[in-house]
Ligand binder design. Structure first.
Ligand SMILES: Nc1ncnc2c1ncn2[C@@H]1O[C@H](COP(=O)(O)OP(=O)(O)O)[C@@H](O)[C@H]1O
Ligand SMILES: Nc1ccn([C@@H]2O[C@H](COP(=O)(O)OP(=O)(O)O)[C@@H](O)[C@H]2O)c(=O)n1
Length: 209
């Protein structure tokens, strides 16, 4: 079974995707980390992420980079949104994600274009939402816990800029797949949102039985 989980920054898609993977015993891929790794490489090599050729030159990275806490920073998240708008950057990461999705037994992937581009054939597609203010509060708490001194206003501004860039780019924009189920986690606890997500997947499985 392939489960696609998409949504904007700090909507809770990673939390839900990891819980679904545990529940169904499936491997999980956080595809945002791939774009964050390219962004971290752009920063390390002192390249300009807004130039496609520069971003392409940063697409080869060692897998060990995926575990580096630097990837979680707000600055790298914003730069990831810039480099991910380049079609050639997306193309260079495409096969790796498709292979992961199509492994025997299935997988759970979360990102922006899983249900639309990476795995349009997914058995269940969820699009996770929450208001920008609530997402900013969650991300701010997460960044502060990791030692950052960033203000909540800055986090909110970055989230809004990222939402706009991610949803208006021409290649693989952040839009719900037509056959996705929308799940708004704004006023749900983590536990409640995971239960809803499992119920959505079960309903989809029932439909195809
Ligand atoms: N329903 C929820 N209620 C409260 N906090 C949540 C909820 N879902 C996720 N979080 C917290 O919000 C932060 C961002 O969640 P995450 O799943 O990483 O979002 P995303 O993958 O969409 O960026 C994390 O610290 C997570 O624990
Ligand atoms: N499948 C994906 C995943 C991430 N991305 C980009 O990478 C950036 C960082 O993604 P992420 O999922 O790690 O970010 P958060 O939602 O966790 O904040 C996003 O803002 C997108 O621009 C993408 O374009 N496609």
């Amino acid at each position: 079974m392939i489960i696609a989980v998409d949504g904007p920054a700090a909507s809770g898609k990673g939390t839900i995707a990891r819980a679904l993977a545990r529940h169904y015993g499936l491997p999980h891929l956080d595809t945002g980390l791939l774009y964050r790794a390219v962004a971290a490489n752009v920063a390390r090599l002192d390249l300009d992420g807004s130039i496609e050729a520069d971003a392409i030159a940063a697409c080869d990275f060692d897998d060990a980079l995926l575990d580096d806490p630097i990837l979680r920073s707000d600055a790298i998240g914003s730069l990831a949104s810039v480099i991910s708008a380049h079609p050639l950057v997306r193309a260079s990461l495409l096969q790796r994600q498709r292979r992961f999705a199509n492994q025997p037994g299935g997988a759970v992937l979360d990102g922006r274009d899983i249900g639309t581009v990476i795995a349009p054939e997914a058995d269940a597609k969820l699009f996770i939402r929450a208001t920008p203010n609530i997402r900013a509060k969650r991300r701010h708490a997460e960044l502060r816990a990791a030692g950052s001194t960033i203000s909540i206003d800055r986090v909110l501004a970055d989230i809004r800029a990222r939402d706009l860039r991610d949803s208006t780019r021409s290649t693989a924009p952040l839009v719900p797949a037509k056959d996705s189920a929308l799940l708004d986690t704004s006023f749900l606890s983590i536990e409640a949102s995971v239960q809803r997500a499992i119920a959505i997947v079960e309903a989809r499985r029932e439909m195809t039985r």
